[in-house]
Write a protein that binds this ligand. Structure first.
Ligand SMILES: Cc1cc2nc3c(=O)[nH]c(=O)nc-3n(C[C@H](O)[C@H](O)[C@H](O)COP(=O)(O)OP(=O)(O)OC[C@H]3O[C@@H](n4cnc5c(N)ncnc54)[C@H](O)[C@@H]3O)c2cc1C
Length: 254
């Protein structure tokens, strides 16, 4: 249960509040997760007055402020069609109005389309515990260690490359349902290719980061060879992962 609410005006004030141990304080983005009933008592540090809601492009990368909402991001017109599709797939319109970029990555599980495409894009999170020790953490390092980074650290922004081609495909029970398998492939002008899979488990998986897409389908098939649960068998997921990655790779060249 939320037992204290704070709305700091500066990042420094927010970090000081998050550093307290009693009561434990956590950053509040859109609140779509934090406002749900919980048996734990905690304080929230609302980020809405910190001026972290902007999107900046410098030709090399796009920097998304932590409190940019998923709908803001769609409406900005700055995102590729594949990223837009994954954002729409992540959450319905009402939720997208509230859910923030940072909150969505922190709360993501393996079925998150948004985290899957951001992993393929090699997104980097700017994180701070004190204003003087801000550091950039690759999403691929952050996701397996979420519980160690949270709650004391504050994500202030998320950077993704601007000159990367991105493709995204998924299979779900219905078009609006979360994926049983989704695949995202990002390719840099150098040929560097990253392939991520989602739809299963605690976090999306990076299955390839190479100089080309060679071997991507095989890597995807192998990555999901044990990925069975109540939604689908491992055999099915493995086959679908291969097919979706092939489709994504083919689309890169179109
Ligand atoms: C009705 C409903 C349906 C939902 N359906 C789906 C669904 O279909 N798919 C799905 O994936 N999710 C779903 N969710 C979960 C949720 O909406 C998303 O994960 C959402 O994107 C979280 O974003 P937020 O900004 O609201 O996070 P918040 O609730 O504000 O925070 C979530 C977590 O992120 C942390 N956090 C937030 N901002 C920062 C920051 N800047 N730095 C560090 N930590 C931060 C918080 O401390 C908290 O631990 C649903 C939620 C609701 C209420």
């Amino acid at each position: 249960m939320i037992i204290e609410y704070h709305r700091p005006q500066t990042v420094e004030e927010a970090l000081a509040l998050l550093a307290r141990s009693q009561p434990v304080a956590v950053p509040l983005g859109g609140g779509t997760v934090l406002n749900q009933p919980s048996e734990k008592d905690f304080a929230v540090v609302d980020l809405q007055s910190l001026d972290l809601g902007t999107i900046a492009q410098d030709g090399r990368e796009m920097t998304l402020g932590a409190t940019v909402t998923l709908q803001n991001l769609l409406d900005s017109g700055e995102v590729s069609p594949a990223l837009a599709r994954a954002i729409r797939h992540e959450a319905a319109y009402n939720l997208r109005q509230m859910a923030t970029v940072a909150g969505s990555l922190v709360a993501a599980d393996g079925r998150s389309p948004f985290a899957t495409v951001m992993l393929a894009l090699d997104a980097h999170l700017s994180m701070a515990r004190h204003e003087s020790d801000a550091k950039k953490v690759p999403l691929g390092e952050f996701l397996p260690l979420q519980s160690e980074h949270v709650p004391e650290s504050l994500i202030t922004s998320v950077a993704i490359p601007s000159q990367t081609q991105l493709t995204y495909h998924y299979v779900a029970r219905s078009p609006a349902d979360l994926p049983i398998v989704c695949a995202a492939v990002a390719q840099w002008p150098s040929g560097r290719t990253r392939v991520a899979l989602g739809g299963h488990g605690e976090i999306p998986l990076l299955v390839l980061d190479g100089r080309s897409p060679d071997g991507a389908e095989k890597a995807a098939r192998s990555a999901y060879s044990q990925a069975g649960d109540q939604w689908a068998s491992a055999e099915y997921r493995s086959d679908v992962a291969d097919t979706l990655v092939r489709r994504c790779v083919q689309e890169l060249g179109e």
